[in-house]
Write a protein that binds this ligand. Structure first.
Ligand SMILES: [Zn+2]
Length: 479
């Protein structure tokens, strides 16, 4: 296993280096333009060549989540796990009377590929398809799995959750998912990545029809097939509709996305609050079951009772610690900014491979917990009925002696590697005058650098999208 991981990293690094070194060399462009709108900056800005991806930071999550091509592995007798055919995992339980399939990836093509591989192991009929939760990367491939006469099981909350995500806020969510995966205004992307945006996240694209459940349940549901008992119970965490699937005889627990190899995405930056208190108790339930095998919705299965207990105990401790520390900060009257600086994973947990912040982040979690627990007003009078931000920005631009002065400083900061401050200054100019193209382009360049140095998959996607949207607003296209 270790060898495969190492080989993967070396191959991934090599490939990506090749891509970057071949494609990223371009001469710098200088923006010189007459102002098109009153107040637009006249400053000259030499647009630097696009940066390369800082591979070491992102190689880990890339390989652990998507691997290097699909593989089907045997977890234990009769239980098989398909990884890296899509974003998520798909699993099969073989019984004497037929098959149970767990989850269905993000599109029918990927799910079909997995089913063909499963069919090499068993040609028994599929009797049940079970959704661990309603996220697209676990459900949108369902039409390729579903066969007439088959039961499809999910929790009752699944219906509400899927309706909310795909219909009620569907238009927003498609945009949000594109933003998260680095696809917004993709035609303005200058950098080359070792993986296509399609590979980063394919969920949300086109949104194929989801086969709706034929059986839904509240709390608990069980059935038997070929002498194998399947116990299903609600286990809110990544989503409010998440369920655990427990095979008591084999002691296999399918836990959906309540565990995967990364610090969990307790608060997804563009989504509503997640049931974190529920997540903590779901992990407690998982520990009590004493599984010998833990099969997650993403990343490798964990094998062996001791190992599963160790991983689940630490994972639970990590989530609970971040939650408790944040609530303590709120009670102590700390601001959200202070809480973000104070709350840290305990040192022993922060070292663990499966709690690295590849996908979720502690600071984003703190913001989510903080804002989910209390309202939006922080007690500072200036924030109660604020002016539109353009009012303040116009005043600041005037006080600074014009947009050029602010942007000159932003360029200095950008060169010094202070990209966050640089984009904050650009933002003042943009708020004062949304048509200031130079400000958009300077901001785009800093965001692009931030994307390429991201140590987290979602951070990479968000910054990349933000950068592309600024290049678009600045009317700057390089290819
Ligand atoms: Zn997932």
């Amino acid at each position: 296993m270790k060898k495969r991981w190492l080989k993967g990293i070396i191959l991934g690094l090599g490939l990506a280096f090749l891509f970057n070194s071949c494609l990223n060399f371009r001469p710098a462009k200088t923006i010189v333009r007459e102002p098109e709108t009153p107040g637009e900056s006249t400053i000259e800005y030499k647009v630097p060549s696009p940066p390369s991806l800082n591979l070491l930071s992102i190689a880990g999550p890339m390989l652990s989540w998507r691997g290097l091509g699909g593989k089907v592995s045997k977890v234990c007798e009769g239980v098989y796990l398909a990884q890296s055919f899509g974003i998520a995992n798909m699993a099969m339980v073989e019984t004497n009377e037929g098959l149970v399939i767990i989850d269905s990836l993000e599109n029918p093509e990927s799910a079909k590929e997995v089913m063909e591989r499963f069919r090499k192991i068993s040609d028994k009929p599929v009797k049940y398809l079970i959704y661990t939760h309603g996220h697209g990367d676990h459900t949108q491939g369902s039409s390729a799995v579903y066969e007439l006469g088959e039961e499809v099981i999910a929790s009752k909350n699944f219906l509400k959750f899927v309706n909310f995500e795909t219909k009620e806020i569907g238009d927003y969510l498609r945009r949000a998912r594109d933003t998260q995966s680095g696809r917004r205004a993709f035609e303005y992307q200058r950098v080359k990545l070792p993986m296509s945006p399609k590979d980063i996240v394919r969920a949300g694209i086109g949104t194929p029809e989801i086969v709706m459940p034929t059986i839904t349940f509240d709390g608990y549901y069980e059935f038997e097939l070929g002498g194998e008992k399947f116990e299903l119970f609600e286990a809110p965490g990544e989503t409010p509709d998440t369920i655990f699937i427990w095979l008591p005889k084999k002691r296999v627990l399918f836990c959906g996305d309540d565990y995967y190899m990364s610090f969990p995405n307790l608060s997804s930056p563009m989504l509503g609050p997640r049931p974190i208190a529920g997540w903590i108790s779901s992990l407690e339930k998982a520990i009590v079951l004493k599984p010998a095998y833990l099969v997650p919705g993403h990343s490798e299965a964990i094998i062996g009772e001791d190992k599963v207990r160790e991983v689940l105990t630490n994972y639970h401790a990590g989530v609970k610690s971040v939650y408790d520390q944040t609530i303590a900060c709120i009670n102590q009257g700390k601001t959200v900014e202070e809480a973000v600086r104070i709350v840290k994973l305990p040192e022993d947990l922060a070292k663990l491979k499966y709690l690295q912040e590849y996908y979720g982040r502690v600071d984003w979690s703190v913001r989510g917990i903080y804002q989910g627990a209390i309202g939006w007003y922080d007690g500072n009078g200036v924030n109660l009925v604020p002016l539109p931000s353009s009012y303040r920005a116009k005043e600041l631009v005037k006080l600074a002696g014009g947009a050029d002065k602010i942007l000159a400083r932003a360029i200095e900061l950008q060169k010094a590697g202070e990209d966050q401050l640089a984009i904050e200054l650009c933002e003042v100019v943009i708020q004062a005058n949304p048509n200031d193209k130079t400000a958009h382009i300077i901001k785009a360049v800093s965001l692009e650098k931030m994307a390429m140095n991201a140590d987290n998959l979602n951070k990479l996607g968000f910054y990349l999208s933000a950068s592309q949207m600024e290049f678009q607003a600045g009317g700057y296209k390089e290819r």
